[in-house]
Design a protein around this ligand. Structure first.
Ligand code: FES
Length: 109
């Protein structure tokens, strides 16, 4: 199991364990982390799994595909380290990673 820390826009953090091979959206939704809805079920068509990843981890990941990049064009608060959680597979290399969540996906936003 891989440990991840999801951090809401207000600083509230949730440390969870996620099975290798799942994706970051599944890791959040299965652990009831607020701010990650995953409305499309992970088929890259809703962008409700938008998250910010640390630059050093981002560099070690496969690059975003064209579908993910197209969806990211439309998200509020996009940054250079934005990814869609459903497109990032959890591996041992991500153990201990912090996943920050955008304000636009906060509870009540
Ligand atoms: S869950 Fe819909 S785009 Fe990621």
């Amino acid at each position: 199991m891989i440990q991840l820390k999801y951090i809401e826009h207000d600083g509230t953090s949730h440390t969870v364990t996620v099975e290798e091979g799942m994706n970051l959206m599944e890791g959040a939704t299965l652990n009831m982390v607020p701010g990650v809805e995953g409305m499309c079920g992970g088929i890259c068509s809703c962008a409700t799994c938008h998250c910010y990843l640390p630059e050093e981890r981002l560099r070690s990941l496969p690059e975003a595909g064209s579908g993910e990049l197209a969806m990211l064009e439309a998200v509020e608060g996009r940054r250079g380290n934005s990814r869609l959680g459903c497109q990032v597979v959890v591996t041992a290399a991500l153990d201990g990673m912090e996943v920050r969540l955008p304000k636009s996906q906060g509870v009540g936003s």
